[in-house]
Design a binder for this molecule. Structure first.
Ligand code: SF4
Ligand code: SF4
Length: 129
């Protein structure tokens, strides 16, 4: 019986303390958060730099990246890069793997989604085979 009242007392004590502490949640999206520059929240793909090598797709541990390209004479041209946000774990390995610095992750939180979403970048740049 004593434990019961002690736990009730502790619960009220904690609730009372939190009532006067600073707020830790946000009323998103009307309130914007203070962004940490190191956070990895969304991808940017610069198709003018991408050479459709597919290294990012091979390096991705979640198999979230799909690179499609076609051959045009002796060059390989990028058709599309897509990232499945239903699979992506925002590890940043694709950014490190890309030797052309064409794919990067930023702290910018541009999207809120409830189900799997794919972002796509369509490009034309090619490289010699
Ligand atoms: S984003 Fe980088 S690693 Fe991925 S296909 Fe393009 S150049 Fe290659
Ligand atoms: S951040 Fe990680 S999981 Fe997401 S696409 Fe890049 S390598 Fe794949």
């Amino acid at each position: 019986m004593f434990d019961f009242f002690r736990n009730i007392f502790r619960a009220f004590k904690t609730s009372f303390k939190l009532l006067f502490s600073s707020k830790v949640t946000l009323n998103y999206p009307t309130e914007k958060e203070t962004r940490d520059g190191k956070a990895r929240r969304s991808h940017t793909i610069d198709t003018s730099k991408c050479v459709a090598c597919g290294t990012c797709a091979k390096a991705c541990p979640s198999k979230a990246i799909n690179v499609s390209a076609h051959c045009n004479g002796d060059t390989k041209e990028l058709d599309e890069i897509s990232i499945d946000y239903g699979k992506c774990c925002f590890c940043g390995i694709c950014e490190s793997a890309c030797h052309k610095k064409a794919i990067s992750l930023s702290a910018e939180n541009k999207r809120t989604f409830r189900k799997s979403e794919t972002i796509k970048a369509i490009g034309k740049r090619g490289r010699k085979k």
